[in-house]
Design a protein around this ligand. Structure first.
Ligand code: RIB
Ligand code: CA
Length: 322
């Protein structure tokens, strides 16, 4: 039984790996990619999505809808210091590369209205598109089968600030709207989950590089900048919270521990902007999300490694880097 899904993404590094996993996993039925302002420049994110489909040999096979080019209230904040341009400077000939005319928010609304209760969404960037869709059509949350969100931390550290994880920091107002809108939410956090269970260390990265396939080579390119940044801040490898979010949807057997918890987002304090206040059940707050607390890290690594080992024939040659 395949899982029809939409990937809402700020396509760079681990977002690219997520698209690869979604396109390669026979359980996934990818209906659309919706783009949201986040990691790197919006147009570069669009090119990164094309580059990723190209590495798969699947260029043009998935509709790409352009969503919100800035957060709801605050100005956009880049993570280019972390990811570079998100794909290691790769380029392909842009001739004939297309995106859909329909806005990403409208695509989220239409695709879920055409199949109420059947479509899941993997939201791996700031939640601007999801929030605006829920505001435009209040019946939207109820017809989304599952909304898997990558964001926040569970009483842990942020990344772009001591308190803020990037996706919730960039658009905290959108995150607040989404957690109050009534979606069936599964939450994959930065700390402790990603930092403990979804970091690929150098020996694992060397195993992936040794696969010597177009996907493993592309993986190395897109992760190089992030690896350098991660190691500069004490993280011993590349981080993969986005593809973990997809994996949790497609392979719940990877989940070792989770709990229904109440999640609320700080919007008003610059110091703690985007902080996800997650109650562990003793504050009388009604849970609004299933928070993933532990996964089988070895199984997750083996899953992604197996996908990257699969031979593909890229559609177009790379035009060099930079
Ligand atoms: O904080 C991690 C999130 O921000 C991930 O979605 C990753 O893509 C980064 O941009
Ligand atoms: Ca992302």
């Amino acid at each position: 039984m395949t899982v029809p899904l939409i990937i809402d993404t700020d396509t760079a590094q681990d977002d690219c790996v997520t698209i690869i996993a979604a396109m390669m996993d026979p359980l996934a039925d990818v209906r659309a990619i919706t783009m949201v302002a986040g990691n790197v420049g919006f147009d570069r994110q669009v090119h990164n999505a094309h580059l990723t489909l190209n590495a798969l040999g699947r260029l043009g096979e998935v509709p790409i809808h352009l969503g919100c080019r800035r957060p709801m209230v605050l100005p956009w904040v880049s993570a280019e210091n972390v990811h570079g341009d998100g794909t290691g400077g790769l380029h392909i000939d842009e001739e004939g590369l297309t995106t859909e005319d329909e806005h990403g928010v409208d695509a989220l609304l239409r695709i879920t209205a055409e199949a109420p209760g059947e479509i899941s969404i993997v939201a791996i960037g700031p939640l601007t598109n999801l929030a605006l869709a829920a505001i435009k059509d209040p019946s939207f949350p109820a017809r989304v089968k599952k909304l898997v969100i990558m964001g926040g931390s569970n009483n842990g550290r942020g990344n772009i600030t001591p308190a803020g994880e990037f996706n919730f920091y960039v658009d905290p107002h959108a995150a607040r709207v989404v957690f109050e809108a009534g979606f069936d939410i599964t939450l994959v956090v930065w700390d402790p989950l990603t930092l403990r269970d979804a970091v690929f260390k150098r020996d694992q990265l060397a195993e992936i590089a040794a696969l010597d396939t177009p996907l493993s080579e592309f993986f190395g390119h897109v992760c190089a900048a992030t690896l350098a940044f991660d190691e500069s801040v004490g993280i011993p490898g590349t981080t993969h919270p986005d593809s973990l979010s997809l994996a949790v949807l497609l392979h719940p057997e990877f989940v070792l521990k989770s709990a229904r918890q109440h999640v609320a987002i700080e919007c008003d304090s610059e110091l703690t902007r985007g902080y996800s206040a997650i109650s562990w059940g003793v504050h009388g707050l009604e849970p609004n999300a299933e928070v993933i607390e532990a996964i089988d890290a070895e199984a997750f690594y083996a899953y992604l490694k197996g996908i990257l080992a699969t031979p593909t024939v890229p559609n177009r040659p790379y035009l060099g880097q930079g």
